[in-house]
Design a protein around this ligand. Structure first.
Ligand code: NAP
Length: 416
């Protein structure tokens, strides 16, 4: 495929899928979207770190071929006002893997959000957020080291489906009449109405992905987080379908809590991944009081949105939390914070969120050694109290550095 504004790097090769598995060459083409606001600062710093780690981990035998694709303000300047060019979708569909900085959603540009558009158009149905503590990162918890979870948030359904009708609009009045007269529903006059669709198809493909992740990464449990005690046919169904997909498709690898209690004296047999569930409000308490009880958390869209940020705050906040949006083949890794416009081009902010999203990307393509090199060098840098402003203001004796200087320190620490 040829592109109008995208330059395909001549020295790189395409990642492909064979028999459901990624086939990754030694010089894979990976897409990147630089991002707006602080995007250029954190992308430049992170790319230096990813490249250095790959070079060191594989003794120069592997190298990422970066291919810039465009979205947001940079796209608007390259594509004459178009914030979301079609060939960006084409490139991601063809090259499968990409990483993006934060994007400003243009006001009045016809988009609810560029991020949501990317997820929906590419059908990236699971939002994946690993949350763990790194030694030295300031935390409000007494035992932040007990936090090590991966939140799988469903990305396409629930109240985010965009089926909402404003109070007083003709659509709202039609729907309200139907609900009252045909279905006997009872609610206040003048209510805005939103619809919360949660399907068996959407739930099962998402929970299936969470279970596969747990198997591949030797995780102990998958917890289905839901508010099914109240919302029985949406959140309750999410739980039911989640248990069903585990029992039907992963009978050898997983075991349900009911089975453990009834047949194994409350002890999970070795080698099995526990499938359990927890009510959404309780998980917020437990993730503060007893976080070590949780591992992979599979959630519907809205609960997962809240939970991801709340749990990230336990171990350092949005400046460091990484994320990815993953579909059947395409995966787009991303910084989870916004564009923080007041810090644009100041070389000041923490690149941690984007950096660790890239670590997830390296793990996703099977380059674990490079990923591990970054994690250990990062921890060493924090140990030396070399940090950006956001951590510096919470740490005694910190050495505050710029984004680029932080990257240099991490790269230096790869040799330690
Ligand atoms: P934000 O950009 O995430 O910034 C809020 C605050 O979070 C910043 O002022 C800063 O706090 C802290 N922060 C964010 N990134 C940081 C980093 N890398 N290092 C250290 N601290 C960091 O949220 P916002 O101001 O609400 O949103 C700004 C724009 O971003 C909006 O246009 C929004 O639509 C967009 N947005 C995009 C995404 C995305 O692309 N995924 C996500 C959310 C928002 P202090 O000032 O306290 O230091």
């Amino acid at each position: 495929m040829s592109f109008d504004k995208i330059t395909v790097p001549s020295e790189g090769e395409k990642i492909t899928v064979e028999n459901g598995e990624l086939r990754v060459p030694d010089n894979p083409i990976l897409c990147f979207i630089e991002g707006d606001g602080i995007g250029p600062d954190i992308m430049t710093a992170s790319k230096r770190i990813w490249d250095a780690a790959v070079e060191k981990a594989y003794n120069k035998s592997r190298k990422i071929a970066w291919m810039e694709v465009y979205s947001g303000e940079k796209a608007a300047s390259v594509y004459d006002g178009n914030y979301m060019p079609e060939e960006t979708f084409d490139a991601l569909r063809e090259y499968l893997i990409g990483i993006k900085g934060p994007l400003t959603t243009p006001i009045g540009g016809g988009f609810r959000s560029l991020n949501v558009t990317l997820r929906q158009v590419l059908d990236l149905y699971s939002c994946v957020r690993p949350v763990r503590w790194y030694k030295g990162v300031p935390s409000p918890l007494k035992r932040p080291d007990e936090v090590d979870v991966v939140i799988y948030r469903e990305n396409t359904e629930d109240v985010y489906a965009g089926i909402e009708y404003e109070a007083g609009s003709p659509e709202n009045e039609r729907l309200a009449r139907f609900l009252r007269e045909d279905l006997g529903a009872n609610f206040f006059e003048g209510a805005g109405i939103g619809i919360k669709p949660i399907s068996e198809f959407g739930t099962k493909r998402h929970v299936r992905a969470a279970i596969k992740y747990a198997i591949q990464h030797d995780r102990k449990s998958v917890t289905l987080v839901h508010k099914g005690n109240i919302q029985k046919f949406t959140e309750g169904a999410f739980m039911k379908w989640g248990y069903e997909v585990a029992a039907a498709e992963f009978p050898d690898e997983t075991i349900s809590w009911d089975d453990v209690a009834a047949n194994h004296g409350g002890k999970v047999p070795s080698g099995k991944i526990l499938i359990q569930d927890v009510i959404a409000d309780i998980i917020f308490q437990k993730m503060i009081l007893r976080p070590s009880e949780f591992d992979v958390l599979a959630t519907p869209n809205l609960n997962g949105d809240y939970l991801s940020d709340a749990v990230a705050a336990e171990v350092g906040g949005v400046g460091i939390a990484p994320g990815a949006n993953i579909g059947d083949a395409v995966a787009l890794f991303e910084a989870t914070h916004g564009t923080a416009p007041k810090y644009s081009n100041l070389d000041k902010v923490n690149p941690g969120s984007l950096l660790f999203s890239g670590v997830m990307m390296l793990e996703h393509i099977g380059w674990q050694e490079a990923a591990d090199l970054i994690t250990s060098a990062y921890e060493r840098t924090l140990d030396q109290k070399i940090v950006t402003y956001d951590f510096a203001r919470q740490m005694d004796g910190a050495v505050e550095v710029r984004t680029s200087e932080f990257a240099t320190a991490v790269i230096r620490n790869m040799d330690a």
